[in-house]
Design a protein around this ligand. Structure first.
Ligand code: BGP
Length: 466
């Protein structure tokens, strides 16, 4: 049986908008998602898991089940309801209370400043396409660094690539724009500049603790050995993985990245604007990241494709309905013989191992890595308080084994945050795609440990992947 290091953190991950609920309570300001979801009418972000009121219970459950880290995000609009300006003391107090509870139970908080929830006021002015938002984000971060001195682990952003593509390629996040590569690339770049500005501020003011960024890094493989498929794979990887890692650890975009970017832009009639001053900021920050957070759930096999963009997002759990063909990049295919979830996410733990090894090889100054999200969306069956989630346990086991192997092969991975601590609200899937170690009855808000929670406890206590 494979082992994990004795000081390895085995945590659970959440995000403010997906866990807290109470979107109109405690003086919280609006985010674009409120209106978007209301108009869509499919599902509501309230009550989610009601973490806003249930956090003492959730943190107690962490302690009870050997979960010694919790990843959570601060809702920017609980602190600054309009994105900047006046502070909402009730929101500040709420997070102090949460962190105090963490401390009481020896659960280390890993805090993300932005997890898909830009304040509505800034969002309506262009979100991160507008440089005003970058400034406002840094001010908000500075406020948090000064205020929440009990927090020692900070992440600037959660998943910059999915922000850019869900907002401006798939259109499944507000403002629901499709196939606008000018916006995609500018959003990726601007958020990386905002990340770098924040890291520089953190380091120049000598705040105690560590800072990093959380990227969604899904390994890409060519669908076949043909030159065309290998090229499509190169393009897909360049935009979704290499671009962000270059920005984070080099402070510029390498020649390979720029080649791919220009090809994608040409095919899609897109352009971008990167300022020299941006690169100065990024370069300075590139050696200052204390850690890299990796969210990794699946990988993609990419095939050459020369048609128009056609995407269908499987947000219902109807297996086999996903379509992902992108003009100027390629097509993501189902690889025969590989298992996938009901939402068509490929289960391929080699992808986890390969991305970890690649970071060590290509970006040797990465310092250390936390797996900040990994887990399996599943239609759990609730049987009189008992939830047997074998497929999730099998998924977690093979992914943890891949991490253990990467550690043995020299990658410095310090912890793992399972997505998700408890069942949560999922942005584009609502409430039937459950990920939690704890089943949440969303009507009563009662928590029930799933079979996987007991298994995770054993792994955490023995550091053995049983
Ligand atoms: C990541 C996000 C999380 C979470 C997770 C699962 O991309 O950081 O917020 O939602 O994916 O995704 P989904 O809920 O779409 O299944």
């Amino acid at each position: 049986m494979l082992k994990l290091p004795s000081d390895f953190i085995l945590g659970g991950a959440t995000a403010a908008y997906q866990a807290e609920g109470a979107t109109k309570e405690g003086g919280k300001g609006p985010v674009a998602w409120d209106e978007f979801l209301e108009k869509q009418g499919r599902f509501s972000p309230d009550p989610a898991s009601d973490f806003y009121h249930q956090y003492p219970e959730d943190i107690k459950l962490c302690k009870k089940f050997g979960i010694n880290g919790i990843r959570l995000s601060i809702a920017w609009t609980r602190i600054f309801p309009n994105g900047s300006g006046e502070v909402n003391q009730e929101g500040v107090d709420f997070y102090h209370d949460v962190f105090a509870e963490c401390q009481k139970h020896n659960v280390v908080p890993f805090v993300t400043l932005h997890h898909f929830d830009t304040p509505k006021e800034l969002f309506d002015k262009g979100d991160f396409l507008n440089r005003e938002t970058l400034e406002a984000f840094v001010d908000y971060a500075e406020f948090c660094f000064n205020e929440f001195t009990e927090v020692k682990n900070w992440s600037t952003f959660n998943e910059i690539y999915p922000v850019a593509t869900n907002q401006y390629l798939l259109g499944v996040f507000p403002p629901s724009i499709k196939s606008d590569f000018t916006k995609i690339i500018q959003c990726l770049h601007n958020m990386m500049v905002a990340h770098a500005m924040t890291v520089n501020l953190f380091k120049e003011n000598n705040y105690p603790g560590e800072i990093g960024v959380v990227h969604s890094l899904e390994t890409k493989y060519p669908a076949s050995d043909s030159e065309e498929d290998r090229h499509a794979c190169f393009l897909d990887d360049a935009l979704s993985v290499r671009f962000l890692l270059d920005a984070t650890y080099l402070g510029y975009y390498s020649e390979k990245t720029m080649l791919a970017l220009d090809e994608i832009c040409q095919a899609n009639g897109a352009k971008y604007e990167f300022l020299d001053s941006d690169f100065e900021i990024m370069k300075k920050a590139s050696t200052r990241n204390d850690y890299l957070g990796i969210n990794h759930y699946q990988c993609h096999f990419v095939k050459a494709y020369d048609g128009e963009t056609m995407i269908h997002h499987n947000g219902t759990g109807d297996k086999g309905t996903s379509v992902y063909k992108v003009k100027g990049i390629g097509e993501r295919i189902y690889k025969e013989g590989l298992k996938r979830t009901d939402w068509d996410w490929l289960i391929y733990p080699e992808g986890m191992y390969d991305i970890l090894i690649r970071i060590k090889q290509d970006y040797p100054d990465y310092n250390k890595i936390y797996i900040t999200e990994n887990g399996m969306g599943y239609k759990d069956e609730f049987d009189d308080g008992i939830i047997m989630d074998k497929p999730r346990m099998e998924y977690l086991k093979v992914y943890l084994e891949a991490i253990s192997k990467a550690i043995t092969d020299g990658v410095n991975v310090k912890g793992y945050f399972l997505w998700s601590l408890m069942d949560l609200f999922s942005w584009t899937n609502g409430y039937n795609k459950r990920y939690g170690l704890f089943y949440v009855d969303f009507e009563t808000q009662k928590r029930y440990p799933k079979e996987s929670a007991y298994w995770y406890k054993l792994v955490s206590e023995t550091k053995t992947i049983v």
